[in-house]
Design a protein around this ligand. Structure first.
Ligand code: UDP
Ligand code: MG
Length: 316
């Protein structure tokens, strides 16, 4: 099989069938040896029923994986990659914001440049509010400073990869997955092409600002130990300031005979140090918590159902 499309779906009841037919129409005459792997990430709406209808109508090139609950997009991507059979695999959203035409463009680039392992589409212009766009750009600046891994601003999960790269990603079985970091960490020759995000067809985005913030923090913890070094730095800094202040107080007392009013200074210092210690403990705790969950070695996702139509377009 030439190509697998991995499509994570969470509450996409109005999009999945349209996505399937739209992709099929777009690929007609260009690629016929492909499959679409839908991953139903514990949707609470009729997404699974809509997907099953496609199987009932005996639509070709189809796999459906259904999770036992919502595990998140990262887990859905992992499950889709694990089930995919294509020599090349493309991760694409179900809401048609990422057009299947771009996949054809990616295929052409890979055909013409055999040394390319991955073609990644990035948004040249973000179609979001100014504040959101600014916050995301800041996140990329910060994480690139803190981590040794390269993060490309605007690059999404929308990418076509060869089998070697897919297998490498599958070999990384970490529980807290941050694909943007994993793609950068494993390396491989990646070509970046600009693309324009289309309007979401139906439904709404699953990423609230709170969820995005948590995701961003998870990414920093997964790909950088800089926050831990920051804790050490704070420790050094406060010890240095304490010694400097002590010398200052001794000089005041011995040379100028000034009695230092103790109570207010001590209260402020205790509060400040208490706050700093708790803050640093919190940072260490974040890493410990991630280690704790990882140590339990729980599966990244749980499949409840797996359906497949084995025949391709030309066999039907
Ligand atoms: N998604 C998922 N699990 C989740 C959240 C999202 O599988 O917990 C899927 C969603 O159905 C869509 C893709 O991930 O196909 C991207 O989500 P969304 O369109 O909400 O993100 P946005 O495009 O707004 O960044
Ligand atoms: Mg979307």
């Amino acid at each position: 099989m030439k190509l697998s499309l991995v499509v994570p779906c969470y509450n996409e009841q109005d999009n999945v069938q349209e996505f399937y037919h739209c992709t099929k129409a777009c690929f007609k005459g260009h690629i016929d040896d492909y499959e679409i792997v839908f991953v139903n990430d514990g949707s609470a709406d009729k997404t699974l029923e809509k997907l099953k209808t496609l199987v009932e109508y005996d639509e070709p090139n189809l796999q459906i994986i259904s999770f036992s609950r919502n595990f998140g997009k990262e887990s859905a991507i992992y499950a889709g990659l694990a089930r995919s059979k294509g020599e090349r695999v493309c991760i694409i959203d179900a809401d048609l914001q990422q057009r299947p035409e771009v996949v054809l463009e990616m295929m052409k680039i890979m055909d013409s440049k055999p040394e390319t392992d991955c073609v990644c589409a990035y948004q040249e212009k973000r179609k979001e509010s100014g504040l959101m766009s600014f916050t995301k750009s800041m996140f990329y600046k910060i994480i690139n400073k803190l981590s040794e891994v390269d993060f490309v601003n605007g690059a999404s999960d929308f990418r076509l990869m060869n089998r070697t790269m897919v297998n490498t990603i599958l070999s990384m079985t970490e529980y807290h997955r941050f694909s943007k970091g994993i793609f950068g960490w494993i390396g491989f020759n990646t070509e970046y092409i600009p693309y324009e995000v289309a309007q979401r067809k139906h439904g709404e985005t699953k990423w609230s600002p709170g969820k995005l913030f948590k995701y961003a923090m998870g990414g920093i913890i997964a790909f950088s130990t800089a926050p831990l070094k920051f804790v050490t730095f704070i420790g050094f800094l406060s010890a240095f300031l304490a010694v400097a202040y002590m010398i200052f107080v001794i000089i005041q007392k011995l040379c100028f005979g000034i009695a230092v009013p103790g109570f207010a200074t001590i209260t402020v210092l205790i509060l400040l140090m208490g706050g700093l210690i708790l803050f640093c403990l919190g940072i260490i705790g974040e890493y410990l918590a991630k280690m704790y969950v990882q140590l339990k070695s729980r599966p990244i996702y749980i499949e409840r159902e797996h359906l497949e139509n084995k025949h391709t377009d030309n066999e039907k």
